[in-house]
Ligand binder design. Sequence first.
Ligand code: SAM
Length: 190
Amino acid sequence: MRAFLVVAHKFRGEVNLNDLPGSGRIDVVARCINASIFLSHTIRRDVLFFVYFPRIGMRIKIDASKVKYLNPDERSTAALIRNALLNYSEDKEIRTSPGFYIRSANLEDVLEELVSVGALYYLREDGKDIRSVELERNSSFILSDSVNMSNDEENMLLEKGAALISVGPKSLLSSHVIAIVHNELDRRGL
Ligand SMILES: C[S@@+](CC[C@H](N)C(=O)[O-])C[C@H]1O[C@@H](n2cnc3c(N)ncnc32)[C@H](O)[C@@H]1O
């Protein structure tokens, strides 16, 4: 199982399908979902994708083994996120479409979910080169969005035992980092 978490710092709670970048960069989240789940003509069933929205204290989980109605384009992916937000309940986790789950959470709650998947890795430009790191088959990878993690967030990741790793010397888009991580795991047969 491979899990990915993107911390979407800029999202304020509303998705305007006609302005995804203006909707707190939900376009970045949609591209990360695309990079995490899609292969050419099929999807990776062994993936869990998490997005955590710190400003509204919610997380969405996508279980690719159950997902339906997910297409590679950003707009329809954003529509599924919008649908999840519209059906959110404060009291319990809600399944809002096949494979989509929303609940209230803080970062620590989400990290606990990731720990239950497997080894934790925090992707950062100055981390240890992924090519020199022995990755586990069951792993969780944590990334930020278009801004960096706060110091408090970073401290929490490190306290939970996340290993700092880098996919290369340049600062890349989060979705591109996810594609590279998949490629590393694929090449190792993990
Ligand atoms: C667009 S970058 C973040 C913003 C960027 N640090 C800046 O100063 O504008 C998005 C995220 O992708 C991950 N990332 C980008 N490049 C990376 C690299 N070379 N190795 C590992 N992670 C990387 C990090 O988690 C980063 O927070």
